[in-house]
Write a new protein. Sequence first.
Length: 215
Amino acid sequence: MTVSVTLAIIIITCLVSIPGFSSQKMIDDLIFYPPAIAQRNQWYRFFTCGFIHADWLHLLFNMYAFYGFGLTIELTLAEVFGGTGRVLFIILYITALFFCLLPTYIEHKNDHYYRSLGASGAVSAIVFAYMLLNPIDKIGLIFIPIQIPAFILGPIYLIVTSILSRKGGSHINHSAHLWGAIYGLVFIIAAFYFLNGINLPAYFISQVQSYISSL
């Protein structure tokens, strides 16, 4: 039986994150710490920080969301692009770890008090790739028993996250969530257009129009 890429990433993330709960040295070695990148060229931190988490709740929330949306995206890419699809899925996830943190790096590269960890930015990229491909699917938020069509929930999420990112003063890296989401959209649009000639924005609009006209 072939293990899905989604499940493999979850397993690897858990295998790295769980020992980190009890090892501060491990966290210090892998966490996103901008000055270490700027001054010591430790660029690997852009990627390794996505495989460590603050606690069980942080890890479970990210991996739950990733599994729920990631498996569908992985299968969709495999159907559209064949064997290349799963490679694209890996590239999307790994590069999202970097690009979601690039604005954070630029802002905090000399901030010796700033640190960030977790896969939230890359997970946001996967979630928004899903929303673009499935705009009328209704998505529910944990603790909120209301399901909202993706094409409505997506913009709301981006607006709220953008406001929270500008506001600051939180231990949550909202900037990574915001730029991860944007990167996921850009990546999936470019992949479908340049590799298969599919215009995803046009598909998205047609799906939304059909949904609205059916109300």
